[in-house]
Design a binder for this molecule. Sequence first.
Ligand SMILES: NC(=O)c1ccc[n+]([C@@H]2O[C@H](COP(=O)([O-])OP(=O)(O)OC[C@H]3O[C@@H](n4cnc5c(N)ncnc54)[C@H](O)[C@@H]3O)[C@@H](O)[C@H]2O)c1
Length: 430
Amino acid sequence: MYKGLIQKEKNLSVIGLGYVGLPLALALAKHFHVIGFDINSDRIELMKKQIDPSCELEAADFEGRDIEFTHDPEDLRRAHFHIVAVPTPIDDHKTPNLSPLLSASRTVGKILKQGDYVIFESTVYPGCTEEDCIPILEEESGLKFGEDFKVGYSPERINPGDKEHTVEKILKVVSGSDKPALEEIANVYGQAIEAGVFKASSIKVAEAAKVIENTQRDLNISFMNELSIIFDKMDLDTKEVLEAAGTKWNFLKFSPGLVGGHCIGVDPYYLLHKSKEIGYNPQVIVSGRRINDTMPSFIAKRLVQMLTQRNKNPNASKVLVMGITFKENVADIRNSKVIDVVKELQQYSINVHITDPLASPNEISNKYNLTLNDAPSSDYDAVIVAVNHAQYTKLTMDYFKSIMRENPILLDIKGIYPRPEANGLLYWRL
Ligand SMILES: NC(=O)c1ccc[n+]([C@@H]2O[C@H](COP(=O)([O-])OP(=O)(O)OC[C@H]3O[C@@H](n4cnc5c(N)ncnc54)[C@H](O)[C@@H]3O)[C@@H](O)[C@H]2O)c1
């Protein structure tokens, strides 16, 4: 397979060109002929014009790449090595929503040929590739797994907004349905990934490795969030405590914060689902999730307490929330927990203004029925800096005071700013 691909006698396809699929497709297109497929024709039209709809890549990143973009599944027939990178969200009941993954498996199954490879990249629970996806590939193609086609799983570790750890620079875990498949898959990815590949012993091991990477992060942050609740009650500054503890060689450096987005706050539910299915009810994972999910209401409640401490009536207060994306330096607002903070504040009848240098006003309006202001106005009773976008790091206490009424309150959720000396401003961080 690798030989055919590198000699361009065979083609590679990437199905689902989002935050994961597009950078990967472009990296592979430095070496192979790539057919980039997405069901969203608007996104495909933008990519044809060298525009990344997810706003992560520049036009220069498309230059000189051997890639064609299409939303016609028939084009996938010309490919032999298919990589699936579609979303794996959760539903309203926080259980895995496999519809995009199963639908993409159906699309690939319809065009699958003898000798083809299918590699899944989407984050799933251990067993999903073999139990959920392969049967669809067999059913749609009429081919036999193992004999007629091979499968692999290679989880993605890309970190949107991070210009340093790009896809080629992150060691990639690969796995295959048998030894020869693993070698072929490792060779293909190894060609494009400068950091190299790690060969996992099985598809299930690779699936489990990915899901625990993010679950571990979720749990570590939940511990920091719990500490920040405890220390807040004791009037202790959590950041100062963590700085002191962090001087020990084996103290792990995490900080409290809102856990949103479509990875860290979502992936643990995939592991939870599988665990429950096989008869074990996880305790630690569930409590970590619960703590992280309660942080928006904790923050809103603390602000209301501070407003009353400063003799401000919450339902006559005007509050500015700076940053609405799920994390710093990205435009992505999906599953942003700042939205939950805003909705909580609105429940207290607080008049909330929102600004963000990266988020799309249309998306905010369509998805959450909220208005994004172009710029801050003035006369705020409090300001919440919710996201540590690069644009916010240089702002000063004088600036915050200039946009607030008397008795100003600043909530620096991510602890971006040095704790101000007594200057009339009530400062609080997690
Ligand atoms: N974004 C991240 O930081 C990140 C990191 C590591 C792993 N992951 C995982 O990678 C997977 C993809 O995530 P993403 O962030 O790239 O998602 P995304 O929402 O950015 O992009 C997914 C793309 O797939 C397309 N799509 C949806 N259904 C399709 C189908 N049936 N056929 C073809 N195209 C389809 C969508 O139109 C979209 O362009 C998920 O499983 C996610 O958990 C994401």
